[in-house]
Design a protein around this ligand. Structure first.
Ligand SMILES: Nc1ncnc2c1ncn2[C@@H]1O[C@H](COP(=O)(O)OP(=O)(O)OP(=O)(O)O)[C@@H](O)[C@H]1O
Ligand SMILES: [Mg+2]
Length: 292
């Protein structure tokens, strides 16, 4: 079965190479865990590889989102209304939008042959729009069902329980209705890998069952550490990681890696402010492209 690479470094290795087409994946996490970063990374990976992207937003305008993307190191403006489209669901009448507007949009695109990735970020307002569980279920179910026709859908859901607590009630429904669910947690304690990812479910997939730490790197996005055995090498005082990046860039050029990776590596080099060595993160990136 064909797998679609998420582009989230390290994740694809945990889910048999990627997600299945026409499925909906939810990313659950409390505020600041990185849901938007994951969603944007997924979307931009498709766009950088000739696919199209549809960003469904509720609270933020396309302008705000593109500004946010820029701060994370992605140039969305370049693709705006060419291969990247936004639909801003404003107001409270989600039912009408989900029943009419979105099916119309999907229908209008049904002649296109180009793959489309869909992001719904955040999906929480739809859940909060009504207290009626049955209607919530209908709305979310229909939203997934309609948008999955376009391609893979990634929806983010805000979680309000604290790390380690049981999954909150308002996220149960989207997790249940989705084909896959990923939980992000953030332990603001300091240290190298204080953010972790866990795969709650991934239908039809043999997935990793561990708790995987991840970091952010501007220009590249989230990088998940899949080999938990290695200890993180921390830098000596003032150690310069430039040569490590240069080596990686040289290798990538030598093996004729796609230009988009080389750009990512260069951006990482400019913005790496961690005290630990980027070696492991670079290895995950190389692995996810099948490079050595
Ligand atoms: N590339 C990056 N480099 C450095 N820090 C980053 C990067 N990407 C994200 N972060 C940091 O991680 C945090 C989480 O980002 P993000 O907006 O994706 O979280 P979120 O789960 O969507 O939050 P919210 O629920 O508020 O929407 C931010 O505080 C941001 O500063
Ligand atoms: Mg967000």
């Amino acid at each position: 079965m064909a797998r679609i690479k998420t582009g989230i470094f390290g994740l694809d290795q945990l889910i048999e190479g990627g997600v299945r087409d026409n499925t909906a994946i939810v990313i659950v996490g409390s505020s600041g865990t990185g849901k938007t970063t994951f969603a944007m990374q997924f979307l931009m990976h498709g766009i950088e590889n000739g696919e199209q992207g549809l960003y469904v937003s509720m609270e933020e305008s396309p302008e705000q989102l593109m500004k946010e993307a820029e701060m994370l190191g992605w140039d969305m403006k370049k693709h705006y209304e060419k291969s990247l489209f936004f639909i801003h669901l404003k107001g409270k009448n989600f039912k009408k939008m989900i029943d009419e507007q979105i099916p119309q949009l999907v229908k209008a695109r049904s002649d296109y042959d180009i793959k489309t990735r869909v992001v719904i970020d955040p999906m929480t307002p739809v859940i909060w729009a009504t207290e009626d569980k049955l209607q919530q279920r209908e709305l979310i179910g229909k939203l997934f069902y309609t948008l999955k026709e376009l391609g893979v859908v990634v929806a983010t859901v805000e979680e309000h329980s604290r790390p380690g607590e049981m999954i909150g009630e308002d996220v149960l429904l989207p997790v249940y209705l989705a084909d896959g669910a990923i939980n992000l947690e953030y332990y603001p304690i300091g240290g190298a890998f204080n953010r972790t990812l866990k795969i709650i479910k991934m239908r039809g997939t043999h997935h990793g069952e561990g708790v995987y730490p991840y970091i952010f790197a501007r220009g590249a996005g989230a990088i998940i550490r899949t080999s938990s055995s290695e200890a993180v090498k921390t830098a000596e005082q003032g150690e310069d990681f430039g040569p490590i990046f240069d080596e990686a860039i040289k290798t990538a050029e030598f093996i004729k890696a796609p230009e988009s990776i080389i750009v990512k590596l260069k951006k990482m080099k400019e913005t790496w402010t961690y005290k630990y060595s980027p070696e492991e993160a670079l290895q995950v990136i190389f692995d996810s492209y099948g490079l050595k």
